[in-house]
Design a protein around this ligand. Structure first.
Ligand SMILES: Cc1cc2nc3c(=O)[nH]c(=O)nc-3n(C[C@H](O)[C@H](O)[C@H](O)COP(=O)(O)OP(=O)(O)OC[C@H]3O[C@@H](n4cnc5c(N)ncnc54)[C@H](O)[C@@H]3O)c2cc1C
Length: 468
């Protein structure tokens, strides 16, 4: 039974009786720490920072997580003098190189990053200036204070005490999102569910929506007495929360990650291999931006030979996250045969995207050896099988001849996306070094393409368009 709120605008109490289940999806709010004078100083939370109509001259930020890093980047770009008080460092839950790169860029933007700094007292003067005293006695002065130390569930006044739970507590759930008590046992016969931030699994919009879909399906299935698909990745569980929640942090440079970090995977008892890659060594990063800097890390579960985590940092790396998420969610075996040019050469850590603007090429001998094991010998694309079986009759059939229309289409495609012209390239010696097969009239014509890459000379050399 649920009582609707009374008070201004309501006036009545309505009782509803749920026949199958109740889902709590009331989200979370900004958490304010117990720091003397903090509440009286009326600090900003993420809500006020996002809705600000004026840029404070000096902004102090308590916290070093996602919101702190994003807001420090934003307000520094808007002209504030920003001080970040990061007790546990910047982005401490991400791979260590992420925090290092984001801290470096914040410092370059003029942000003062105080690692290990913890606020002891806060005081706002009559003129509006905020004074923060740190635990080491140092003082920080600012015109506005933003507090971003985490979230707290909105469960304070929904009557949790009436069902044996603690008001204001996160609602712990099992994988089918049924609320469990402190002892891990189901509440009653499992009628109470929790989805979204309030269960603290992953505090992200898309994961909340994923849980909402799962919780709807499982409630219907249970109500109908149907079998519950509660295996890993099953329809009625939200296991992707633990294994494959993708996330982008909109700092400069951007951070994109999916799955587990190396530390988290090790803590979970996995035997892992870490593959690091300098994104500046990717030929197409030079086309993306001059002096591009970035880094990628892939975490491989050695026992199952699947990718369990991927983290990227660099300008516009969010573009690569989808491909990495497919690799993690699809549990692409790193021993799989390379299916060039469909994109996956996970065992090399080299090609993880089909994007025409990006291609990871790794020329290290170790990876070249690994790539040879996949029997395509290099990352040379093999666009179509020459022979295949007819889907119905099962007869072996040869690849159909290309019609003039198909040839024209392919020609146009090559002009639009130079990387697709890799189909025409063959390997010279090892992975990553490609030379044209022969200089065909079509290739000669591509002199008018402003993005033409001369791979014979240097993979990342851009040849400017010739005047017509
Ligand atoms: C600054 C910031 C930036 C973020 N950026 C991103 C991002 O880039 N990408 C991303 O994926 N996620 C982001 N998130 C996280 C994302 O906003 C949350 O994960 C998401 O909103 C959670 O959805 P939810 O439905 O669980 O809760 P909410 O969206 O908070 O919805 C809860 C709803 O319940 C209502 N409610 C509360 N109490 C009661 C009650 N007692 N009775 C009835 N109704 C009640 C609330 O009014 C609200 O409408 C960000 C969060 C913050 C704070």
């Amino acid at each position: 039974m649920v009582s609707a709120p009374t008070g201004p605008g309501h006036g009545t109490t309505t009782s509803l009786t749920a026949r199958h289940a109740v889902v709590v999806a009331i989200g979370s709010s900004a958490l304010l720490p117990d720091v003397t004078g903090l509440r009286e100083a009326a600090p900003w939370t993420s809500r006020e920072a996002a809705a600000a109509s004026e840029v404070p001259g000096r902004l102090a930020v308590i916290g070093g997580g996602v919101v702190a890093s994003e807001m420090a980047t934003a307000f520094a770009n808007l002209g504030s003098v920003v001080t970040v008080l990061a007790r546990d460092g910047v982005l401490p839950l991400a791979e260590p190189f992420v925090g290092e790169r984001v801290t470096k860029s914040l410092l370059e933007f003029g942000v003062a990053v105080r690692d290990g700094a913890e606020a002891a007292t806060v005081n706002r003067n009559g003129d509006g200036t905020v004074h923060i005293t740190l635990t080491d006695g140092e003082q920080v002065e600012a015109d506005e204070l933003l507090v971003t130390i985490g979230r707290t569930p909105n469960t304070q006044d929904i009557g949790l005490d009436r069902i044996g739970l603690k008001p204001g507590a996160w609602l712990a759930v099992d994988d089918t999102l049924r609320v469990v008590g402190e002892d891990g046992a189901l509440l009653g016969d499992g009628w109470l569910y929790a989805a979204g931030d309030v269960n603290r699994r992953v505090l992200l919009t898309h994961q909340g929506k994923y849980q909402a879909r799962a919780v709807g399906d499982v409630i219907v299935a249970r109500a109908k007495g149907e079998a519950i698909d509660d295996g890993r990745w099953g329809r009625h569980v939200a296991t992707a929360d633990e294994h494959a929640g993708p996330q982008v942090i909109f700092t400069d440079p951007e951070v994109a990650s999916v799955g587990q970090t190396a530390a988290a995977a090790e803590a979970a008892g996995l035997r892992i291999r870490v593959v690091d890659h300098d994104l500046a060594a990717v030929a197409r990063s030079a086309l993306h931006a001059k002096g591009y800097q970035g880094h990628a890390r892939m975490v491989v579960d050695e026992d199952r030979q699947v990718i369990v985590g991927f983290t990227l940092v660099g300008p516009d790396v969010a573009e690569l996250l989808h491909a990495a998420t497919i690799a993690v969610v699809g549990e692409i075996p790193t021993t799989a045969r390379c299916r060039c040019p469909t994109w996956a050469v996970p065992e090399t850590g080299s090609a993880i995207t089909s994007s025409p603007t990006w291609r990871f090429t790794d020329t290290s001998s170790a990876n070249a050896d690994l790539c040879r094991t996949c029997s395509c010998s290099t990352i040379r694309p093999k666009p179509f099988p020459v022979r295949s079986r007819h889907p119905r009759s099962g007869h072996i059939q040869r690849r159909p001849r290309r019609t003039p229309a198909v040839r024209t289409h392919a020609r146009r495609r090559r002009r639009t996306y130079p990387s697709i012209a890799d189909h025409r390239l063959r390997p010279r010696q090892s992975v990553g070094v490609m030379v044209p097969k022969r200089r065909t009239p079509q290739l000669a014509k591509r002199g008018s393409d402003p993005c033409r890459v001369d791979r014979r000379a240097e993979p990342s050399t851009v040849i400017p368009a010739r005047p017509p």
